[in-house]
Design a protein around this ligand. Structure first.
Ligand SMILES: NC(=O)c1ccc[n+]([C@@H]2O[C@H](COP(=O)([O-])OP(=O)(O)OC[C@H]3O[C@@H](n4cnc5c(N)ncnc54)[C@H](O)[C@@H]3O)[C@@H](O)[C@H]2O)c1
Length: 339
């Protein structure tokens, strides 16, 4: 199978590439490296002991996309490329709408032009209306509360309309919950630019001594210990969900949507203590005010992915922390360490 992967050098993309290559897929990674490094692709090749094609380009550049896709002749596209920082999306909404939505439209147009009708799309749990209590099922009302989440919500609708207009099209929309962890080798992992927005890379940097302490936003939520609870999913499990979704998209026409999580809830303090176990150090933290836009709890109902894709998560929070610490301690400067 030939697979065209937008955003393939990123955190989730790189882990998915390794699994695709190990299944003997022919892969083209298309990335503008705005939030990643080509070093990740070199490491992917080494880990998978297999080659891939990589093209530096922007999904908003329709001509560049078409040239790359005509050369790749893909059977399917996995669409990871996008900007993903929730806070930044409120400061620069137009950048997010342009990059994520205009880029996705250009991608679908290019797929039409080259006759590729299968897509797996990276959506997010942020599309759900937080007024509904977790766990979220795929039928729950949508109501993203920030521009990033709204880009995902709008792209979902665009893909649904595209699939409805093309009887031979197949689209699997995956709503990820909270991806964390790293490849067991410690060679690829999450390498955020600047100060991390997400909990796990932040904890990892405190453990490594490059940040002084974790700021825990809110200690008075209605959860077991008052801190926010999330459904964390190991990036290796998330990668395998894409392979299951590709298999599904190869046989079933139309558009369907799947939650990708574990169905288990972990609070910030539980995650912090699990990380302390993994790294063998105490991690300093301070509980501060709640952060605007955060919800008390976000957990997936994962029964649909199990029923229809035949996929479920294997890894637990200890695995997530262990692999994340392994990546952080072997790569204190992320991919700046080089090959
Ligand atoms: N990591 C999460 O917490 C999370 C949760 C839910 C959904 N998602 C979605 O999953 C996808 C992958 O996330 P990730 O964590 O791997 O992020 P990431 O930033 O590591 O990867 C995204 C990749 O897309 C590339 N990219 C961005 N804009 C591009 C453009 N215009 N043209 C070409 N390449 C472009 C970046 O350089 C990067 O390599 C994103 O769409 C993200 O919104 C991520």
């Amino acid at each position: 199978m030939r697979v065209f992967v937008t955003g393939g050098a990123g955190f989730i993309g790189s882990h998915t590439l390794v699994q695709l290559l190990r299944q003997n897929a022919e892969v083209t990674a298309f990335d503008n490296y705005s939030n990643s490094s080509p070093v990740a692709l070199a490491r992917v090749k080494r880990l998978a002991q297999s080659d891939l094609s990589s093209v530096e380009g922007d999904i908003c550049n329709r001509a560049a996309l078409e040239t790359a896709m005509r050369a790749a002749k893909p059977d399917a596209v996995i669409h990871f490329a996008g900007l993903k920082a929730v806070g930044e999306s409120s400061e620069k909404p137009l950048s997010y709408y342009k990059n994520n939505i205009a880029g996705s439209i250009a991608l679908l147009e290019t797929m039409d032009a080259v006759g590729c009708r299968n897509i797996v799309f990276s959506s997010s749990a942020t599309v759900y209306d937080p007024a509904k209590a977790a766990p979220f099922t795929e039928e729950d009302p949508l109501g993203a509360v920030n521009p990033y989440g709204r880009t995902k919500q709008f792209i979902e609708e665009i893909i649904r309309d595209w699939a409805a207009a093309n009887s031979d099209a197949s689209a699997a929309i995956l709503r990820y919950f909270n991806p964390v962890g790293a490849h067991v080798s410690g060679d690829i992992g999450e390498d955020p630019v600047g100060i991390p927005n997400n909990l796990m890379p932040f904890i990892a940097r405190v453990a490594a001594g490059s940040l002084p302490r974790l700021q825990v936003f809110g200690g008075d939520y209605p959860t077991s210990d008052g801190t926010g609870a999330r459904d964390y999913i190991h990036v290796e499990d998330l990668a395998s969900a894409h392979l299951a979704a590709l298999k599904y998209a190869a046989t079933v026409k139309g558009c369907d949507v799947f939650n990708i999580g574990t169905g288990r809830s972990t609070t910030v303090l539980e995650m912090l203590h699990a990380f302390e176990q993994a790294c063998g150090k105490a991690i300093a933290y301070r509980i501060t005010e709640r952060r605007a836009g955060d919800v008390a709890s976000s957990v997936a109902d994962v029964s649909k992915a199990k029923r229809i894709l035949g996929w479920q998560a294997k890894y637990d929070v200890a695995d997530m922390c262990q692999s994340s610490w392994n990546w952080q301690s072997r790569n204190p400067k992320g991919y700046d360490n080089g090959q």
